[in-house]
Ligand binder design. Structure first.
Ligand code: FEO
Length: 397
């Protein structure tokens, strides 16, 4: 039995196995957890459930704390199936329980499960008294779905924040002070970069709104990963910083190459980046993990895309990144393109156009070289990297 505070329990499920989320879109190298919480007051409250395949484990954890038929309220902070998958099973045990949802949560829950449960729609600031303490609700539209909502438990000072402030991270320890801090940081920023970046403006506003409520917060209990007990507001401050854009003095060089010419260009461009006093990371688009690379792009100010020309365009391994760069809407990035070609040579034009479409400021014309670079052309690559680095530094002044 895992207790957050007296009468408040973690009853979720740890998934040590999962390596992909959202189908096969998001890598989860360190597994994940589906956090569900049970509050015992005069009323019994369940906050969120788990992904359906882990229902059995969840029910075991829940039964260790409470008889499921005695649950009075089930709060659905967000109806994405990783948190609502076990809801139909729970409702078989407590069919008369009140299902608490946001206005948008009413639609998403009904559209997922097509059940007429006893719904109660709550708006920001509404309270439900559960005995000694109250549940206070805060709608969090687009953090990261229209239905997303936070629930705050008075008396215990716990903010149940659902996906916000979470990370895909399976661990034996339940709290942030019981696990490797560096791993948690990496998984948190990867989660933010890959899921929350498009909503950064809303993230900043929501944080300002929640802080304005002046609620004492002892614990932030998200729906994935560890629970923030040691200095819980650190993740809130971190989100506020991330929402403004990170943009460290560094460059991600992301390329693919058919016969090594574009690869060679990437290496020599990196030399130039270094000469300009910047750090860099190089990734091959076909072999790297896309979500890890996107987290690195989120951190860096600059991105250089490289591809050989094929079929008058680019190598297809770059295409998913381009789609994500447009969708994730990273803030204040700068970029440029490079690539080798045999005859037509469109790749740099195509890549630069995609950077512009993703609102990434293109600092210089693409560097396009025919076949394998000569010694002189490699010097050109170094100069390309150096001049990009210098321009990037100017942009940051
Ligand atoms: Fe963890 Fe939006 O689901």
């Amino acid at each position: 039995m895992k207790e957050l505070k007296s009468g408040v329990y973690w009853v979720g499920a740890t998934d040590w196995i999962v390596r992909y989320f959202h189908g096969y879109e998001l890598s989860t190298h360190r597994g994940s957890t589906y956090n569900s919480y049970l509050i015992k007051d005069k009323k019994t409250v369940l906050i969120d459930t788990v992904w359906k395949p882990l229902t059995e484990r969840f029910m075991e954890n829940l039964r260790a704390v409470v008889d499921p038929s005695t649950i009075d309220y089930v709060v659905v902070n967000h109806a994405e199936p990783d948190h609502s998958g076990a809801l139909p099973t729970i409702m078989e045990y407590c069919p008369n329980a009140t299902v608490v949802v946001s206005k948008n949560g009413l639609e998403s829950t009904k559209k997922h499960y097509h059940k007429e449960w006893n719904f109660k729609v709550v708006a920001t600031g509404e309270k439900i008294n559960i005995g000694e303490n109250d549940l206070v609700f805060i709608e969090a539209n687009m953090l990261h779905w229209p239905d997303s909502m936070f629930t705050y438990l008075t008396g215990k000072n716990i903010l149940f924040s659902n996906d916000a402030f979470g990370m895909h991270y399976a661990s034996a320890g339940l709290f942030n002070d019981e696990v490797d801090e560096a791993e948690v940081y990496q998984e948190s920023i990867k989660y933010y970069a890959n899921i929350l970046t498009p909503f950064s403006k809303l993230v900043a506003k929501k944080i300002e709104q929640v802080k304005g409520l002046n609620l004492p917060v002892d614990i932030i209990a998200p729906s994935h990963g560890v629970i923030w007990r040691d200095n819980p507001m650190q993740i809130v401050e971190q989100y506020y910083e991330w929402a403004k854009g990170v943009n460290e003095k560094s460059v991600v060089i992301l390329y693919n190459s058919m016969w090594g010419a574009t690869h060679k260009m990437a290496d020599f461009i990196a030399n130039g980046i270094e000469q300009a006093g910047l750090s860099y990371k190089i990734f091959n688009a076909a072999t790297a993990d896309r979500n890890d690379v996107l987290a690195e792009i989120f951190k860096a100010k600059g991105i250089l895309l490289g591809s050989s020309t094929v079929n008058n365009g680019i190598l297809t391994s770059l295409a998913p990144y381009i789609e994500d760069l447009m969708g994730l809407k990273f803030i204040n990035k700068v970029g440029a393109s490079f690539g080798s070609y045999g005859w037509s040579g469109e790749s740099t034009k195509v890549l630069s156009e995609h950077l512009e479409k993703a609102k990434i400021k293109v600092l210089q014309d693409g560097l396009s070289l025919k076949y394998m670079p000569t010694e002189e052309e490699l010097v050109q690559c170094v100069e390309f990297g150096r001049s990009f680095g210098v321009k990037l530094m100017t942009e940051m002044e």
